[in-house]
Design a protein around this ligand. Structure first.
Ligand code: NAI
Length: 487
């Protein structure tokens, strides 16, 4: 099929390529995989449908998959997270702006929801084979589970023979998905069923996507094996925590340029992302308080020196509110209505349902003023004892580190994406070892990912002697910890 792509502006490719070149140096894990597997081409024959923030770091991931033999089509997993210069560089590849010769990317910063889902659809559309049959991908690389969800919902409605009507319960976004699948069903009533049959496996990047996979598996509707990349130690204990420590304040600063020192910041959720977020804000001198539902995480927060409160205790006095729970309905419109003038509200969890944006828009007399893209002042009229005031909402409630800034930096994403590539190789080349279910990469591979990042930081690892290894009951070469060890 002809080379197709949909990006903002191919003339940004040169700028993007410079950023990619610098990023490659900061992504030693991915570059080591290119060196190790470049000749063997373990992904030859893989047709990967990728749905993950189209950033500079992801561009290095995509080009690594290609260097290992894969064909790839890519969309972003968020309407605001694409870096247009990175998307352009990937499309141009070794070609020119006039004759691009890279990878088909379907993403730009600032998509509408309709565009987002139409672009997600494009990563499943691989043209037709010589007999005229539609070709689909045989692997999915997912972040948050939207690509997988599209396949499974499509398959489900095809089995039922109809897409249900939208109900008042459905989100605006799900209504868009239903409309897309309705059209698809009318055009080709078995499309998603065939795509699902052709998928050998999916590797999932993030906590929220892993929750979705586990639920599909529990409900008996997951048709292919999956690898939970998030719970590799070298992913969630690094990207979710140290990545967030870097990119949370980057997003707040670029969005608002408000001094963080001395302010009271509330972090909702003290998991890996919450821990990085709290540290990020504390590093700037904020007084950080935490909300939690899990007593273990609450105790951790307290031991780390954060006061653990309920949102209602601080909603009228805090300056910055960050949600990091992966849950829904964490900060409601009724909370926002009580916040002080020019409080900042943002989310760093995967989906935009942590903050009740729909409820905010329904407050009588509320006004939304765009300060700049992804930064909005919501003017809330006086109500009883509460005076008229404004609240600043970042990235319309979507993950602000990617909407207002550029997400996590290369070095930490190299850890995450090295796991992604290893996960793709495992599922594509050893499918018999992975029955339908949600798997993790073995500890040996996790340790390998860490090892690949030590030299760059000048780490000199101590080696176990044989007798020490025997004493601990491990191999000199690892793995060094039992499965239940929590790091
Ligand atoms: P986690 O499961 O480790 O932590 C979430 C924490 O929130 C848990 O401790 C849970 O008890 C708590 N929680 C749940 N409901 C709550 C509520 N109503 N109030 C207060 N606390 C509540 O998950 P993790 O890995 O920290 O991820 C959180 C979210 O961030 C997920 O959606 C994940 O996909 C996303 N994520 C975003 C990244 C980004 O760059 N923006 C990077 C990595 C993950």
């Amino acid at each position: 099929m002809s080379f197709e792509y949909q990006v903002r502006d191919l003339s940004l490719a040169e700028a993007g390529r410079h950023e990619l070149r610098l990023a490659e140096h900061e992504m030693p894990g991915l570059m080591a995989l290119r060196a190790e597997f470049g000749d063997a081409q373990p992904l030859a024959g893989a047709r990967i449908a990728g749905s993950l923030h189209m950033t500079v770091q992801t561009a290095v991931l995509i080009e690594t998959l290609v260097a290992l033999g894969a064909q790839v089509r890519w969309a972003s997993c968020n309407i605001f997270s694409t870096q247009d210069q990175a998307a352009a560089a990937v499309v141009v590849g070794k070609g020119t702006v006039e004759a691009p010769a890279g990878v088909p990317v379907f993403a730009w910063k600032g998509e509408t929801l309709e565009e987002y889902w139409a672009l997600a659809d494009r990563i499943f559309d691989w043209g037709t084979d010589p007999e005229g049959h539609r070709v689909g991908p045989n692997m999915i690389l997912d972040d948050g589970g939207d690509a997988t969800m599209l396949v499974l919902e499509g398959k489900r409605f095809e089995a039922a023979g109809a897409v249900p009507a939208t109900t008042g319960e459905d989100s605006e976004e799900y209504a868009v998905v239903l409309e897309l699948l309705r059209k698809s069903l009318a055009e080709d009533p078995q499309r998603w069923t065939r795509i699902a049959e052709g998928i050998q496996g999916v590797t999932e990047e993030t906590t929220t996507g892993v929750h979705r996979l586990a639920e599909y598996f529990r409900n008996g509707v997951l048709p292919f094996p999956s690898i939970n990349v998030n719970d590799s130690v070298t992913k969630s204990k690094f990207d979710n925590k140290y990545g967030t420590r870097h990119s949370l304040i980057d997003g707040i600063n670029r969005g608002t340029d408000v001094l963080i020192g001395g302010k009271t910041a509330v972090v909702c959720g003290y998991g890996d992302v919450g821990k990085g977020s709290a540290e990020s804000l504390r590093g700037q001198g904020a007084r950080v308080v935490v909300t939690e539902v899990d007593p273990i995480n609450a105790l951790q927060a307290a031991m780390d020196g954060y006061q653990v409160v309920r949102l209602e205790d601080v909603v009228e006095t805090a300056d910055i509110f960050i949600t990091a729970t992966g849950n829904k309905d964490v900060v409601m419109a009724s909370d926002i209505a009580r916040m002080k003038h020019q409080a900042i509200v943002g989310n760093i969890g995967h989906f935009d349902n942590e903050i009740d944006m729909a409820g905010l828009a329904r407050i009588p007399g509320v006004e939304k003023v765009e300060i700049k893209p992804q930064v909005h002042e919501w003017r809330i009229p006086a109500d009883g004892d509460v005076a008229a005031h404004s609240v600043i909402v970042l990235s319309e409630g979507r993950l602000l580190n990617l909407g207002n800034a550029t997400g996590h930096p290369s070095f930490v994403m190299s850890n995450s994406f090295t796991n992604q590539v290893l996960g793709q190789i495992e599922l594509f080349t050893k499918s018999e070892a992975y029955p339908v279910g949600v798997h993790r990469l073995g500890k040996q591979l996790d340790e390998k990912v860490a090892r690949l990042h030590l030299d760059a930081l000048g780490v000199r690892l101590t080696e176990l002697t044989k007798s020490q290894a025997d004493y601990l009951g491990v191999d000199v070469e690892g793995p060094y910890k039992p499965e239940h060890y929590r790091y």
